[in-house]
Write a protein that binds this ligand. Structure first.
Ligand SMILES: Nc1ncnc2c1ncn2[C@@H]1O[C@H](COP(=O)(O)OP(=O)(O)OP(=O)(O)O)[C@@H](O)[C@H]1O
Ligand SMILES: [Mg+2]
Length: 287
């Protein structure tokens, strides 16, 4: 069938609604470099330059956020009909503008997070957080990624599970990153599950809450269980494949969980799905 894209009509940069599909910075190739380290053979950066680069990235990403928020806000109002009626074609094209602006905003947020993490400027707001509430709001955030997909997405959070002591915004970011990956790397008719349970690690008195994101997707070979947590690491070239992204989600998630004093783990076998898990301290009971 002939293409319906007319000459002069802009390309739709994002394949699916949701996060990022923007231009790509240099990527560590599979097998090259441990998480957070430069690839072998890379020239070392002079002292101070890393910091300057992070400062520059932090400032520029921060500056990008204001106009992007305005683009998103006005586009949303136009879509809602606040400035008058839009015909079907206008709505369709404006929705593409909105989705691509969201992709870009996701990338800007990643860069801002990355530079703030590198600069040690990420201050956590530790408060008791309901695991069920943060799970449900993360699932709402990834809903656009599930349009046109045939995936079973479920959650199993015990109703009496105690809250965790954490920064709600950051934990939501981690869950969105893990869900985003689970959705991306699980073919249609697969299953994604978020689970949480109280655990008491041996030798520790205080209980922890373990949160798991399981998928029945393509899985990860054992030799990459560490490298996937590095910066700009991707197992598949997004060009020519259906997988979009820049390889930052797991690196940022690992750093955010480490800031909470925990670690993020993966269990996975090629063709048999993946389970990502992390533990957070249970919030002390009040009253
Ligand atoms: N659930 C998963 N199943 C299979 N492979 C995965 C899964 N999660 C991550 N990976 C592998 O680890 C790589 C790194 O993941 P990460 O989330 O950091 O980057 P990305 O998803 O490619 O891009 P971004 O998160 O920046 O959009 C992925 O490109 C993929 O190869
Ligand atoms: Mg990702």
């Amino acid at each position: 069938m002939a293409s319906t894209r007319r000459t002069g009509e802009p390309h739709d940069a994002g394949k699916r609604p949701g996060r990022r599909s923007a231009a790509k910075p240099a990527r560590v190739s599979p097998g090259g470099g441990r998480p957070g380290e430069s690839p072998p053979g890379a020239q070392s950066t002079p002292p101070g330059v890393d910091r300057l680069q992070s400062e520059f990235l932090a400032n520029i990403s921060h500056e990008f956020r204001t106009p992007m928020n305005s683009i998103l806000g006005y586009t949303k109002m136009l879509l809602k009909g606040s400035y008058g009626y839009l015909n079907e074609q206008q709505q369709k094209n404006l929705r593409k503008v909105y989705e691509n602006a969201q992709h870009l905003m996701g990338l800007i947020d990643d860069l801002l997070n990355l530079s703030n993490l590198e600069l040690g400027r990420m201050a956590l707001q530790m408060v008791p957080v309901s695991v069920k509430k943060v799970t449900l709001s993360s699932l709402v955030s990834v809903e656009p990624l599930l349009v046109d997909r045939v995936l079973e997405v479920e959650h199993a959070i015990p109703p009496d599970l105690c809250p965790v002591l954490a920064d709600e915004v950051r934990i939501k970011e981690v869950l969105i990153n893990l869900l985003n990956n689970a959705i991306k790397f699980t073919p249609d008719h697969g299953r994604i599950m978020i689970e949480a349970a109280m655990v008491t690690p041996p030798g520790e008195d205080a209980g922890k809450v373990e949160i798991l994101v399981r998928d029945s997707g393509i899985g990860i070979p054992p030799e990459h269980h560490k490298t996937i947590f590095g910066q700009f690491f991707q197992l598949y070239e997004p060009e020519g494949s259906d997988y979009q992204g820049v390889g930052l989600g797991l690196y940022i998630s690992r750093k955010l969980i480490e800031l909470h004093g925990g670690s993020i783990l993966v269990q996975s076998e090629p063709g048999r799905g993946s389970t990502f898990s992390f533990r957070l301290p249970a919030a002390p009971a009040t009253g």
